[in-house]
Design a binder for this molecule. Structure first.
Ligand SMILES: N[C@@H](CCC(=O)N[C@@H](CS)C(=O)NCC(=O)O)C(=O)O
Length: 245
């Protein structure tokens, strides 16, 4: 099984963390969906990562479909409750966290355009979604240890990926900890987990230590078609050199 992903996408990170938590092995193909020569549309007509390619060649997308699939194919460490109410509660958290990531990514991409073509109103509209989404999640979490029913779940993973993405792309601009102390505490707990450490945004898997020995490679073998100029490793490769956003 193969995961096509960028190393910066919060959605791809969510899938990588779920696979790691559930000890599911896969090959990671690093792709840059924004590059003109990207091959992502061959696997996902929407041209977005992550894409999960099954043994029979059939592809799954988007991240919410993939993580539900991964949770279903392995009984190890269930991340989605079976019962409908808690299950929908987890998926609501995921929708909110992903929505904040979506809005933040739109801001990042908009700012890559020539300044004259950027829309300050559009950027502000997206930033407001980020602010309100964070406040809502912070209020819902309150003084609970985990997002849903006292159990670590996909909800916590989704929130952690969003917060990690904000730190990665908006460091020094979006000070989300200031008004969201509960989320900050949750995040501090999450980043202690190996699954979070090994998927730090932008970190090349295997780059800490010998390729194959790194915690980043515990559950995935990294594969790719083209070698990058920045990194080479026996089981690690890139397609495209500048993953965004
Ligand atoms: N809802 C999708 C969002 C995926 C997404 O937006 N991926 C971005 C990278 S963070 C992408 O591939 N963008 C390329 C494009 O929009 O053309 C999911 O959860 O998988």
């Amino acid at each position: 099984m193969k995961l096509i992903a960028s190393l910066t996408s919060p959605f791809a990170r969510k899938v990588r963390i779920v696979a790691s938590e559930k000890h599911i092995e896969y090959d990671l193909v690093v792709e840059a969906p924004w590059e003109t020569n990207t091959e992502v549309p061959k696997f996902n007509p929407l041209g977005k990562v992550p894409v999960w390619v099954q043994e029979d060649g059939k592809s799954l997308f988007d991240s919410r479909v993939i993580v539900e699939y991964l949770d279903g194919i392995s009984p190890v460490n269930h991340l989605l409750p079976r019962e409908v109410r808690p299950r929908i509660a987890v998926k609501r958290w995921e929708a909110l966290a992903d929505g904040v990531s979506d809005a933040a990514a739109l801001v990042f991409v908009e700012r890559k355009r020539p300044v004259a073509q950027q829309s300050p109103e559009w950027i502000e509209r997206q930033l407001e979604k980020v602010r309100l989404g964070l406040l809502a999640m912070n209020a819902d979490l309150g003084d609970h240890e985990w997002c849903v029913n006292g159990n670590f779940s996909l909800a916590d993973i989704a929130v952690g990926c969003t917060l990690g993405y904000l730190d990665f792309r908006f460091a020094g601009e979006i000070d989300w900890r200031r008004h969201n102390a509960s989320l900050a505490e949750l995040y501090d707990r999450l980043i202690q987990r190996p699954s979070f450490k090994e998927t730090t945004p932008g970190m090349i898997p295997g780059s800490k230590g010998e390729p194959g020995d790194s915690p980043a490679n515990r559950h995935c073998r990294v594969d790719g078609r083209d070698e990058p100029s920045v990194f080479r490793g026996p089981n690690i490769g890139f397609s495209g050199q500048h993953p965004k956003p």
